[in-house]
Design a protein around this ligand. Structure first.
Ligand SMILES: Cc1cc2nc3c(=O)[nH]c(=O)nc-3n(C[C@H](O)[C@H](O)[C@H](O)COP(=O)(O)OP(=O)(O)OC[C@H]3O[C@@H](n4cnc5c(N)ncnc54)[C@H](O)[C@@H]3O)c2cc1C
Length: 420
């Protein structure tokens, strides 16, 4: 790991995903050139991430099944290669490391390097001039993304063991009736039980003889609580047509290994026990904020308490120059659309703070209209956008076709942030 230069002021961004990569591009395009105009290289940007690859997490429900289902070169993209376009190169550094301790009093971040060189320490403490927390959130299942400290090699290894167990699985249980649970159930069902029967004029009939029993268990009274009831019902119809059984109002309260391969025994809130050859928990996320020393900066849900309009972490104070974006922050509901919409707001407010505080703040306003797209298998889906119901074919076109991979190129490369 290269030593931090002592002459530059470091702007540190932690987390190499939607929030961190996007903001890095925004600052390198629109803020650092402005700050470094009078005194070249007075500021440098350091992006720190546990993984060297950017990864389209929303694609997990399909990607975890087989490498042949989605283009791998779009799914995983090397982070350092995205930033070779900026000059001088001294203004940007990528560190493959995990943040382990943030001290906002001493204004230092301690990191553990994953690519230490023989001459550099594994653990380093970096001073920062400004710092952005963009470390996202972890899922209970290792199949659904990059948890803190995890890289894409470990993610692929989790997929490999799951895939190896798939051919002999007779019953797969998924817990959680949100979009991830519904998508995982639909993708697995289509892969193992075959495509939904075509029915242009009516809804497809339920499959009665699935090869593999796929059970989606939710503690709630209905699936997809963020969508209107009629869309949740339609989602259940599509799931049934793929051979997925939906069990509502039952909580998974405990999980123990069954002793058979990847198998588990689930203890259900109803008092029953259910065996599963494979189990995928899709029940919520935990923010990757354990490294924040001052727990007063975190809300009850573990997310960084962030000013929802400016994205500053106000509790650190104005001169503290600490910010948060993405799923690690409580500025808005977790989701890619909110994170991407907030990037120019945060970039502009950081520019203002770093340049001496003149001018107006830019304010983020969350669009709270019903917006969620949920593919169900490879041909159907339910969803709404900005309060408008979308037909199944539109959900397929926008998301179900390739799980957003048609959109990620411009985000990762920075083209999406060409305009200030
Ligand atoms: C299965 C699934 C499907 C989803 N589908 C959708 C969807 O269709 N639409 C949508 O809007 N949202 C979706 N989401 C939510 C979406 O993935 C998140 O909102 C988005 O990934 C958040 O981006 P982020 O930049 O905040 O962090 P993340 O994408 O969570 O990435 C965080 C990054 O920080 C790194 N990191 C973590 N801790 C540390 C540390 N201590 N030090 C250094 N690096 C660290 C990680 O390695 C990772 O690279 C889905 C989520 C899941 C789990």
């Amino acid at each position: 790991m290269a030593k931090p230069t002592t002459t530059s002021k470091s702007l540190i961004i932690i987390g190499g995903s939607w929030g961190g990569i996007s903001l890095s591009h925004y600052l390198l395009k629109h803020v650092l050139p402005h700050l470094n105009k009078t005194s070249p290289s007075s500021y440098e940007l350091i992006l720190i991430s546990s993984s060297t690859e950017a990864f389209c997490r929303p694609a997990c429900p399909r990607a975890l099944i087989s490498d042949s289902l989605l283009p791998q070169d779009k799914l995983f993209v090397s982070i350092p290669s995205l930033f070779t376009q900026y000059s001088p190169p001294s203004t940007f550094r990528f560190l493959h490391a995990t943040a382990t301790s943030l001290n906002t009093s001493s204004r230092t971040l301690t990191i553990t390097s994953h690519s230490p060189s023989p001459h550099e320490p594994t653990i380093t403490t970096l001073p920062y001039h400004a710092l952005v927390i963009a470390t996202g959130a972890s899922t209970p299942s290792p199949l659904l993304g990059l948890s803190s400290g995890i890289d894409t090699t470990s993610l692929r290894a989790s997929w490999a063991s799951f895939r190896a167990a798939l051919p002999s699985a007779k019953r797969i249980v998924i817990s959680g009736g949100g979009p991830s649970g519904v998508e995982v159930a639909g993708e697995l069902a289509e892969h193992l039980n075959g495509a939904m029967p075509r029915s242009w004029l009516s809804l497809p009939p339920a499959r009665t003889d699935p090869k593999v029993e796929i059970v989606l268990v939710t503690a709630a009274k209905r699936i997809l609580p963020d969508l209107r009831e009629s869309l949740a019902q339609r989602a259940e119809t599509y799931l049934a047509a793929l051979g997925v059984k939906v069990v509502k109002g039952v909580r998974v309260e405990g999980v123990v290994p069954s002793g058979k391969g990847e198998g588990v025994v689930l203890k259900l809130g109803s008092g029953e026990r259910m065996e599963a050859d494979l189990y995928v928990p899709c029940v919520g996320t935990t923010p990757n904020t354990g490294f924040v020393e001052d727990k007063g900066l975190l809300g009850e849900d573990g997310r960084v308490v962030t000013n929802e309009g400016t994205l500053r972490v106000d509790k650190v104070g104005g001169e503290g120059r600490v910010y948060a974006i993405g799923d690690a922050s409580n500025f808005a509901k977790p989701g890619v659309h909110n994170t991407l919409s907030a990037v120019p707001v945060l970039g502009t407010n950081m520019k203002k703070d770093l340049a001496g505080g003149q001018g107006e703040d830019k304010i983020f306003v969350e669009d709270t209209r019903e917006t969620q797209l949920v593919p169900i298998g490879r041909s159907k889906g339910v969803g709404a956008m900005k309060g408008w119901w979308l037909p199944s074919c539109a959900v397929w076109l926008i998301k179900g076709r390739d799980y957003w991979l048609w959109t990620t190129g411009d985000v990762w490369s920075g083209k999406a942030w060409a305009k200030e």
